[in-house]
Ligand binder design. Structure first.
Ligand code: PEP
Length: 257
């Protein structure tokens, strides 16, 4: 079944105490108003830095529909890769999800589709749900290449999965020009790309899986624009960066369906 999801990507923000406080604040709001009582009954995922995973997992324990995930994992299962963090380590913290292919990873750390497929593969092998990010740059959109770019990112990075693994994956469409810029895709632009992505899933995995796939929008999503974006037929929630760092704003977005 398709789920609505609001996920927060904290990026490299929040020391341990600040992160715990933020997770406690949002969790407190959810305890007062459970997700099931909110329109659209969204699930919520906190994508925290690695160091917060254990504590945030404990903070959300017992909260229905709330999960924790890492923002990255390494592409190999274990070994001499100093400074890297494996999918099995992430899983052992209590986290259930991992972001793969965020545009900051692609552009700042040169992660290509092949590498991302390897990361997603090791994540799946270790029982993590993958939230796979895709999206075009402004230049690519201006040259009308946005559909080709997204198609290619999904085909090479994600569509190697079998039906069973893919059923646990979530796609996040994040136009690079909208991430952290304050410029949001219009609801029509988001809907157009989300419908295109659902068609691609349909071609590859069939109609039932396509209808059940959760496709999130990310890119300067905030309490003011979330409702209009989430009203679009193929927009099943959001991946939220900046606005997920303020408990009140994030909770408003959670309530935006
Ligand atoms: C993100 O980091 O995934 C993101 C969408 O950031 P922002 O909401 O700040 O644009």
């Amino acid at each position: 079944m398709k789920k609505n999801i609001v996920a927060g990507n904290w990026k490299m923000n929040m020391n341990l105490d600040e992160g715990k406080k933020l997770a406690e604040e949002v969790s407190g709001m959810i305890r007062k108003k459970p997700l099931k009582a909110i329109n659209g009954s969204p699930d919520v995922i906190f994508f925290t830095p690695f160091i917060h995973l254990v504590d945030v997992s404990k903070i959300i324990e017992g909260l229905d529909g709330v999960g924790v995930g890492a923002q990255n994992c390494y592409s190999k299962p274990s070994g001499a890769f100093t400074g890297e963090v494996s999918a099995s380590m992430i899983k052992s913290t209590g986290a259930g999800h991992v972001l793969v292919g965020h545009s900051e990873r692609r552009s700042l750390f040169n992660e290509n589709n092949k590498m991302l497929a390897a990361k997603a593969s090791v994540a799946v092998e270790n029982g993590l749900n993958v939230v796979f990010c895709c999206g075009e740059t402004l230049e690519e959109r201006e040259n009308s290449r946005h559909f080709d770019v997204v198609r290619n990112q999904l085909r090479e990075g994600l569509f190697w999965m079998d039906n069973k693994s893919f059923s646990n994956a979530v796609i996040a469409y994040e136009p690079v020009w909208a991430i952290g810029t304050g410029v949001t895709a219009s609801p029509e632009q988001a809907q157009e790309m989300h419908a295109f992505i659902r068609d691609l899933v349909n071609e590859k995995y069939g109609n039932q899986i396509a209808q059940d796939t959760t496709i999130l929008y990310g890119g300067s999503c905030n309490p003011k624009n979330a409702n209009q974006l989430f009203q679009q037929e193929d927009v099943d929630g959001g991946l939220v960066g900046g606005a997920s760092l303020k408990a009140g704003d994030f909770f408003k977005i959670i309530q935006s369906f």
